[in-house]
Ligand binder design. Sequence first.
Ligand code: MTE
Length: 329
Amino acid sequence: MLIRTRRGWELPESRATSEDVFLNRRAFLAGGASIAAIAGGVDPAAAQWFSSSQPNMARKPDPTDDLYPAKRNEAFSLDRPLTEEVTAAGYNNYYEFGPSKNIWKQAESKKTRPWTIKVDGLVEKPFEIGVDDLIRRSQLEERLYRFRCVEAWSMAVPWTGFTLKSFLDIAKPTSGAKYVRFETFMDPQMAPGQRQSWYPWPYVEGVTMAEAQNELPLLVTGAYGKPLRNQFGAPIRLILPWKYGFKSIKAITRISFTAERPKSYWEQLQSAEYGFWANVNPEVAHPRWSQATEQVIGTQQRVPTLPFNGYGAEVAHLYKGLEKERLFV
Ligand code: MTE
């Protein structure tokens, strides 16, 4: 007989629909409510987050400290307040360090130097580059972006990085390249989640070349005016603000240019629920919950979700002629 137990990636509906109950931890604690009382009504991962201490906001020196804060690009403004740093730093998805939101402590064990990125596939000449070398060769800027997770929560973060588009000038893909494939580090000794063999490690994501050439995708190396914290995906991650957050891969060690569409981590796990395109669309529900609204973390607010997370003017044209694709899953 098949006994079915819920695995880490199988998000219970309660996490997607009633996050207003548990996201505002500080307001909740200030209200004097008992952790045990509310934890009974939500799933164990959420309860674990409640019972955790706040993230350690101290930082170790970083070899690129002198580059921060970078100049803000004022072209990217927000329709909502920024999420407080302590809130964003204490509520993460980083399965290499466990399936809960409360992984900041485990992520402290991640070693982020030396860090090399391999660039290969359909490029003029494959190469490896140290992350500090890459960061210093690139034009860092700060952008305020909305971020929408597939689990129906959202935040607004000041990311620092350089455009993926500018990286293409360094990588030099050939004309045969149709996709860019990103891969996260693989080190089960350092990352306890990677010892769980039912997950298809390493974490992989991908975009089309047309998406990569757009102005929005950032290779992010910092947040809140400082080099990236480990839990945010240090030392370098992708941010694609018009797509569900799982596309924004953390801790990249390899960037490959391919003719074939890469199959991403979540697509390998559950392709019915998580696809290649994953563009935000409030009108297309996830198979198990609505995407019409989102819980703004750190607040009591649930707000309407915007098509392409509010970035339609910049990216909607990329999907003309692709209407037969599952663009919003
Ligand atoms: N990248 C890696 N390598 N591993 C992950 O588990 N989680 C994804 C994405 N990138 C993930 C990842 C998901 S599901 C989300 S919502 C965002 O990272 C979360 O980013 P944040 O923790 O900075 O909010």
